[in-house]
Design a protein around this ligand. Sequence first.
Ligand SMILES: Cc1cc2nc3c(=O)[nH]c(=O)nc-3n(C[C@H](O)[C@H](O)[C@H](O)COP(=O)(O)OP(=O)(O)OC[C@H]3O[C@@H](n4cnc5c(N)ncnc54)[C@H](O)[C@@H]3O)c2cc1C
Length: 485
Amino acid sequence: MTTHWESLLRPPSEARWVSLLDDEGPATGRRPSGRARAGGRRSRTPGSPPDAAPRKPALRRRPGGFVAGLLWTGAAVATAGCWADLPDVASTADGLAWLGRLTGLLAGYGAAILVALMARIPYLDRTIGSDRLSRWHALGGRGTLALSVAHMVFAMAARAVGSGVWEGTFGLVLYGPGILEATVSLALLLAVGLISARAIRSRMSYEAWHHAHFLTYLAIYLGFAHQLTGPSFGGVGAWAWRGLYLGVAALLLWHRFAVPVMRSRRHRLRVAGLRRESDDVVSVYIAGDDLARLGAEPGQFFRWRFLTEGMWWAANPYSLSAVPSGRHLRITVKAAGAHSRALFSLTPGTRVWAEGPYGALTAARSRSSRILLIAGGVGISPLRALFESMPGQVTLLYLARTVEDLVLRGELDAIAAARGARVHYTVNEDLTVPLTGRSLSRAIPDLADHDVFVCGPRGMTRKALHALRRAGVPKRQIHLENFDF
Ligand SMILES: Cc1cc2nc3c(=O)[nH]c(=O)nc-3n(C[C@H](O)[C@H](O)[C@H](O)COP(=O)(O)OP(=O)(O)OC[C@H]3O[C@@H](n4cnc5c(N)ncnc54)[C@H](O)[C@@H]3O)c2cc1C
């Protein structure tokens, strides 16, 4: 008798093909064999009655806009006292000092918000999404750094205009209250900013960059000590500012440390088995207690920490590649570097820490009953889970560079057969080639009425977004997940 794990670990079955290039000729990309082409045509038999008339997607409040509005309001409140003092500016030195104060307040506020954005607060993560939060964090980081440098320049210039260059520079650093801390803080922020520049970051391993990034916590701590010596912080203002920083610190400690520890103790996750999907892709099955209480949804990911040699210190994000069940969770991973490669030699019983669930690429995002899933390579992972569970009329486009890269085909075909959905496979050396507005519109009738979920390498998702927009799909109906933050 086949055990639960044996039936899951059995190798994949037959597949069916269609090429998005059919209508645009063979100019670019390899074409699959004749038999597969025949199969492809079948799924787009002309005259097949469309399903029920698509529901017009309701206009929805954009949580991103709401949260962004809150953050800007916070910035206005944080600088209100400063703006109120503007009429008192009577000289150049005053003006420079005022600008120094404004930029200092905004930099201090910005630093607190940057940490809050990465504190893994579930509401922010579910509504805005980790990749968008990371982009806000990177953008805000550059802004906060620029404000910190401007603050230093204006403060020094004000002092120099008022009391002479020496007083305004070295005198200020050596004798000013909390200025030495502020100088070290700014130097640390500049260093982290520098290594986060794409040209330098791409030359570092993710771990080295990630660990160096922790220096920002020291920089923020030193900066906070300096801020409280500032003219804006008497009485209520000082308490409100402490409240902001202590609040963010509490959120960070709770969501990034306390919750993962509590969950790990409650769910006692461990590796249950591995299944090789191809030469460089493996599925890892993770068993545990009370899994339903994790509240994971198809489309989401966790940051996984495997408590074994050479892996325990890294927590890498991998999406769930099957609908979470009470018995196990599954991830499907392509070997990209040290951590993902090490998964291939995990042994059953290895303890696992899972931080999450995270991510906003879930069914809750869609408003239409027509769904298109576009997967590139191992980006199939979260979309495989959505393909099985998403309500409505679902179509899957699965692009890969080689036939071998089309992993999980047996499951996808079984799901398609079971729910009467369509799955299109396309193989092309360059994943972006098949993605044009014209080929997508030809392959998917009423494309503009679909909610579209796209997951894959950044170049492919960018091209898909462009093609979908060209095909008339409204931006609010396109949901992207990139596999790099
Ligand atoms: C939300 C999300 C979901 C993902 N889901 C899957 C999945 O289901 N299957 C799959 O094969 N891959 C997935 N990835 C990609 C996967 O996380 C990386 O390929 C893996 O972490 C690479 O680590 P490495 O040590 O093997 O390679 P490295 O050479 O160290 O890293 C390769 C690249 O992966 C990224 N990366 C590395 N470590 C991390 C980290 N801790 N956090 C964020 N990014 C990192 C960096 O951009 C790095 O440049 C996902 C990524 C994200 C952001």
